[in-house]
Each structure stands twice: as C-alpha cells, then as structure tokens.
Write a protein that binds this ligand. Structure first.
Ligand SMILES: Nc1ncnc2c1ncn2[C@@H]1O[C@H](COP(=O)(O)OP(=O)(O)OP(=O)(O)O)[C@@H](O)[C@H]1O
Length: 493
C-alpha cells in the first residue's frame, strides 16, 4: 500500500473519474474530493440529490476505479457541502480528460520546496466558455460529451485576438470559415512561424462555430494526436471506429499538420478523412509551420487537396500590434504595467508572441511578489536574462531537463516518469513551463519528451507555473534561476 501522504488526491480522483463511462461521469460531475485517510475518501457534493445519485449510480464503479488508481482499497464517504463544491475547479467536468499532478501539503527537502504551497488543480483553460450556457440550455450528457470532443481552450477566442497587418487576412479568413463552415474556404490552411497565433485562431474558429451553431460537432486535434490515434487504431484493429470518429465531425481543426510528413499510414488515413469530410461540405481548418507546398514529404495528392481552399500566412506582428497584444493580455489577465514597460517588452521581443507574453508575466509576477508596481527599471532588470539577444543559440528540451534535474536533485528519468510525488511534480511542471517558454516545441512535442504525456498536461503545467510565479517567491526564484542557468549553458555549448 502506498503512503497516503504521497497520494496526489485530485489527480487520483480525476484519473479515476476519467475511466468511468460517459453515463456514469454525469453523476460525478461537480463532486470534489476533500481528503483521504485510512482508505476513506471524503467527497463533497452540492446537495442531497447529487449525493443520492452518486451513491446509487456510480459508487461501486468509482470505488473500484479509485482503488486501482490509488493502489489501496478506497471507500467513499459522500458529504454535502455546497460552498466547497462551488469552488470546485472545472476539471471535474466529466467530459474533459486533463493533465495530472497538483500538490497540496508540505514538501520534503529539495530545492523545489514551498511550505505555503496551495497547489490545486485548475484546468479551466480547457473548459470552453460556452459550457455554462450550454449546461443551462441543454445540459444533457451527450452535449457534455460533445464538449470533450471539441477540446477547445477558452482563452483562445476571436475577442482576445488582436488584429494587425501581420494577421488581418488570416483572421478574416478564420471568421469567414467559422460563419459559414464548409462554404467559405474549405480547407482553410493557416501557416506561419511558431508563436504567431495559429493555434489561437484555430480554437477561436471552434468557439465561434459552436456559438453560432450549438449542435455542430467540432473537434480540435493536434496532428500528433491524429498520428497516435491512427497508430493505436491500426495496432488494435479498430480502424473503422477511428474513421467513424473523425468522419462524423462537422468542423475538423487540425493543428501543426506538418507532423504528418513522413508518416505514410497517417497520411493515407488523413487523405480519406479529408475526402469524406470535404465531400459532405464539412469544414476543415489546418495550421502548419510552412505553406503546404513546402511540406516536401507530404504525398502529392494531399498537397493537392490542401490547395483546394485558401492558404493564408501569419507574419510576425509589427511593434504597434505587439504593444496592443500586450495591452490586451494585461487587461484579460489583470496584470498592471505602464505603457513604457509594454513598449520596452514589445521592442525587445519581436518574433514570438508566446515569448512576448512570457516576458510580461515574469515582470508583473516579480512586482507582485515584492509588493511593488512594475516600472521600466524593474522590467529591465527582471528581463535581462530572459530576453534572447537575437544571436543566442537554440535551447533544447534536453538542456532544460538536464538543468532542471541538476537543480532539483531529481534525475531526468524521474522527470519523465509517472511518479507524482509533490516535489517531483513541481520540478516537472517547471521544466515543462520552461520548454514552452524557451523553445519552439509544440505542446504534444513537450508532452512526448516528458514520458509521452498528453498535451493537456503540458498546458496545465504552463498555466499552473504562471500562476504560482506570481504567488510564490520560491517558485519565481526557482524559475528565474533555472532560466539563467539554461541560457548560460546554451551560450557555452
Ligand atoms: N493576435 C494575437 N492577439 C492576442 N494574442 C495572440 C495573438 N497572436 C498570438 N497570441 C497569443 O500568443 C500565444 C502563442 O500563440 P499560438 O500558440 O496560437 O501560436 P502558434 O502560431 O500556434 O505557435 P506554435 O506553432 O508554436 O504552436 C498564445 O497565448 C496566443 O493567445
């Protein structure tokens, strides 16, 4: 039996719920696990009815799943506590399988120690904003299952997207495709370098379609996920099921299509999926780091298909757009920074909007922790080590993992393992955050580096560390120190 103090309750809970059937998940929705002692897991629900349903409909299956996940016999005790449940993060949504690993108790000796730690799962980033509206208006299990399918990030909407000359056309094409799916531009291919907003537009299309046509079936998928789906389906002899899954979709949003280069079976499957959807006037939108004509090892017939619709390029934003993006970011994330600081950051970070946002977050986090406000001098000091000088050598995931391992006293193998002890989780999340911030790797690529984790795990880690940096000196310092070490190693190598 594992030591209960070592059990990460929320992730055990989430993983257990994820194994339930869609019908059963509905009765667990909104429940919040409170504590685990001597094999008794106390869970809070909203009211009497929720308790009765949980008790009568899913108790055996849930206890079984919890027992498997926790590695010890678990019995459930269900209490009613509306206040606790109101605070429950959206990750309890039955429709969404997300990340792993929060922590919430004292941490043992390690550099990655934060005694005041109040980690909690917080994956609202994965919960579409229209969930609540839909719940109120439709609310049924099948509708919620649809939301899982869509896998949209609520932060990426057209309203949060700043339009400038570098992305105006791509934005207009995206809106047009969302307003008239399958009719305006089909397929729509959005291409451009890393961190320029392609994924943002892809999700925004999904949100907009669902807002306009609530019953439509939308699915966002990274092409790495598509590749995995194909490989698994072939290995498990369930290709017909895979075909059904993708061909029943009304709007298919495929991120980073360049990853299917060199993957013959995937290309074959995608070709047929593409044809099936296109023949039925279903909308297909894809992003790529290059124009399809430059995807050299992509089969000619696919390249040919991709040129049927519209291809639009996103370019690095000009200074004004960068400042406007920072302003918008500051407003939506409630970060306070004066105009000269925004201009300073925008003038220093020119090619990657993710890096632009990261710089703003670091500067405001530092000020927040020190009970001061951001001014130009502070921003210059804080960002000294973060901002690349243009000729800086490339930083790799390997460097980040090696430095994190050395600094945290964990091994690289442990960072990639499934072990969820609290300090290790924090070290792993910081390393994932740094991969996101300092490299151009996609979420699935980063997940792959860390023992084949799902891209939602990386998304969660990024969000978690951003939040913790603004709240915890220790975490801010660890991230800053590690960044400096990684940059130094990159310069020396
Ligand atoms: N025009 C914009 N307005 C507001 N935010 C933007 C804009 N463009 C990009 N961003 C933000 O920049 C970050 C990076 O964007 P995104 O992930 O969409 O880039 P990408 O082109 O898909 O990169 P990659 O190819 O590496 O996946 C996101 O947080 C996104 O919200």
């Amino acid at each position: 039996m594992r030591d209960e103090a070592d059990v990460d309750l929320e992730s055990v809970w989430r993983d257990s719920v994820a194994t339930l059937s869609p019908g059963a998940k509905v009765f667990v929705y909104g429940a919040k696990p409170l504590s685990l002692h001597n094999g008794i897991l106390i869970v809070a629900v909203q009211d009497d009815l929720s308790r009765a349903q949980l008790e009568s409909r899913v108790r055996p299956a849930l206890e079984q799943a919890l027992t498997t996940q926790a590695g010890e016999d678990i019995r459930l005790v269900v209490t009613i506590d509306p206040e606790v449940v109101d605070d429950a993060p959206e990750l309890m949504s039955p429709a969404i399988t997300v990340a792993e690993e929060p922590t919430d108790v004292d941490l043992p000796t390690s550099r990655f120690v934060d005694k005041d730690d109040d980690f909690e799962e917080d994956d609202d980033s994965l919960t579409p904003s229209w969930v609540s509206r839909s719940r109120a208006s439709q609310g049924g299990p099948s509708h919620r299952a649809n939301i899982a399918e869509a896998r949209l990030n609520s932060r990426y909407q057209f309203e949060n997207f700043v339009i400038g000359s570098s992305n105006r056309f791509a934005h207009a094409a995206a809106v047009a495709a969302a307003e008239a799916p399958g009719k305006a531009y089909n397929p729509l291919v959005i291409h451009g370098d890393s961190g320029l907003g392609k994924t943002h537009l892809l999700h925004a299309i999904g949100h907009y379609v669902i807002n306009l046509y609530p019953s439509s079936r939308v699915r966002y998928v990274s092409s790495e996920e598509f590749v995995n789906d194909v490989i698994n389906a072939i290995g498990e002899n369930r290709t017909p099921a895979l075909r059904r899954k993708y061909r029943e979709i009304d709007v298919l949003l495929v991120d980073d299509i360049q990853f299917i280069e060199n993957k013959d079976a995937t290309q074959e499957e995608f070709f047929h999926t593409f044809n099936a959807l296109h023949n039925e006037n279903k909308q297909i939108v894809m992003t790529s780091d290059r124009p399809p004509s430059e995807l050299r090892t992509l089969e000619e017939r696919l390249r040919n298909r991709f040129s049927w619709g519209l291809q639009t390029e996103m370019l690095p934003p000009d200074l004004e757009t960068r400042i406007a993006i920072l302003r918008k970011k500051a407003a939506t994330e409630k970060l306070t920074a004066p105009a000269d600081v925004l201009e300073f950051i925008a003038s220093k970070v020119q090619t990657n909007i993710r890096e632009l946002e990261g710089a703003l977050i670091r500067a405001t986090a530092f000020a927040n922790l020190n009970g001061t406000t951001v001014d130009l001098q502070l921003a210059q000091i804080v960002l000294k080590d973060l901002i690349a000088e243009g000729d800086d050598p490339e930083i790799t995931a390997g460097m980040i993992m090696a430095q994190t391992a050395a600094y945290s006293e964990f091994t690289i193998e442990e960072l990639c393992s499934s072990n969820r002890s609290r300090n290790l989780v924090l070290a792993r999340q910081i390393a994932m955050y740094l991969c996101r911030e300092l490299t151009e790797m996609s979420l699935p690529q980063i997940g792959g580096e860390f023992g084949g984790r799902d891209h939602t795990t990386v998304m969660h880690a990024e969000r978690k560390i951003r939040k913790l940096m603004a709240e915890k000196h220790a975490v801010y310092n660890q991230v800053t120190e590690l960044t400096a070490r990684i940059r130094q190693q990159a310069r020396q190598s």
